[in-house]
Write a protein of this length. Structure first.
Ligand SMILES: C[S@@+](CC[C@H](N)C(=O)[O-])C[C@H]1O[C@@H](n2cnc3c(N)ncnc32)[C@H](O)[C@@H]1O
Length: 251
């Protein structure tokens, strides 16, 4: 029996299972890197309404579109390698150039590759081939963020879920901080959430021993950056100049 889903109320999100539905429990066995369903559920419950159109431009196994449809939202999923799971409702596209009109989408969720640890596919444009020690990764991710902004309606929200990265003998990669900086170029920050990770590897004896022996830390949390695309109403002209007033937001 799964633990009941409840809205998370602090900026530390914790739910001790990858999936909130029994039928999804095995999904991580055939797809590496699926997003925990309760994260999407929490975001959509707070930041969308019935029939809203939700977009995941890096849909992977389709967690976002499945949870969205389960709670009565419409959903669009794209991926550079949509054939991974032979799903017909995830379409092939590069997240940097989506076949979506301007200002169509009510909510965007992005769980991108975090550097090049996981081999997602042989697709040449897979961002998972780019190492986050190189600028090319951030240039690619800025294009993804910009495209999300273009496709979103004003007065709407988006979220990006990401982890920092550490590889032995290389400098630490603060991917979260860097992507947050890029997000802020296009969106207003709503909040930064720390999501507790339940990766089984974190409990493996040799992983723990290596972290102590080589003096580094295993990734205990992911960032969840929640951002807002301003509307014309939120920018208020005053005698002192412009300021942001969020009182009239849709949600
Ligand atoms: C962390 S996974 C997404 C997991 C997904 N949220 C789920 O629950 O299954 C990252 C995805 O980004 C996709 N991807 C990588 N580069 C891409 C690109 N340029 N455009 C679209 N998708 C891309 C990969 O194929 C992979 O499926």
């Amino acid at each position: 029996m799964k633990q009941k889903l409840e809205l998370q109320t602090t900026t530390l999100w914790d739910y001790p299972s990858q999936q909130h539905r029994e039928e999804d429990e095995d999904s991580h066995k055939y797809y590496t890197g699926a997003t925990p369903t309760y994260i999407i559920w929490n975001l959509l419950m707070r930041y969308t309404k019935a029939k809203d159109l939700v977009l995941d431009p890096m849909a992977g196994s389709g967690t976002t579109i499945d949870v969205a449809r389960e709670i009565g939202r419409r959903a669009l999923g794209y991926d550079i390698n949509p054939i991974a799971l032979k799903r017909r409702d995830i379409f092939k596209s590069d997240a940097r150039t989506l076949p979506v009109e301007d200002e169509k989408i009510d909510f965007v969720f992005i769980d991108p590759p975090y550097s090049d640890h996981i081999k997602y596919s042989n697709e040449p444009n897979c961002i998972g081939k780019l190492n986050a020690l190189e600028n090319e990764y951030y240039e690619a991710m800025e294009s993804v963020i910009k495209e999300a902004h273009r496709t979103m309606k004003k007065d709407r929200y988006m979220a990006l879920y990401v982890s920092d990265s550490y590889e032995k003998d290389y400098p630490f990669m603060p991917i979260g901080f860097k992507l947050f900086g890029l997000l802020e170029k296009y969106f207003l920050p709503v909040d930064i959430v720390s999501v507790k990770r339940y990766n089984k590897n974190l409990n493996k004896g040799h992983w723990k021993t290596a972290a102590i022996e080589h003096n580094y830390f295993l990734r205990g949390f992911n960032y969840l950056f929640i951002m807002y695309k301003e509307s014309d109403k939120t920018i208020v002209q005053t005698n002192e100049g412009t300021r942001v007033n969020l009182a009239d937001r849709r949600i």
